[in-house]
Design a protein. Sequence first.
Length: 65
Amino acid sequence: MVRIVRRPDGALEVDRSGAGRGAWLCRESADCLERAVRQHRFERAFRAPVEGDALQRLCAQLGTA
């Protein structure tokens, strides 16, 4: 599992021990990330809107783009 954090500027990054709210995501399956995006789970976990470009950069960082 990997922990995704939302930085104050709205960017998402993989950070296991970073400060603030985090969302856990299974790393083994690209489908897990796709479902999280489709079902707006990041927005719920962070209690804030998540920009589309931030999600695209996260997909590229995780190698599922």
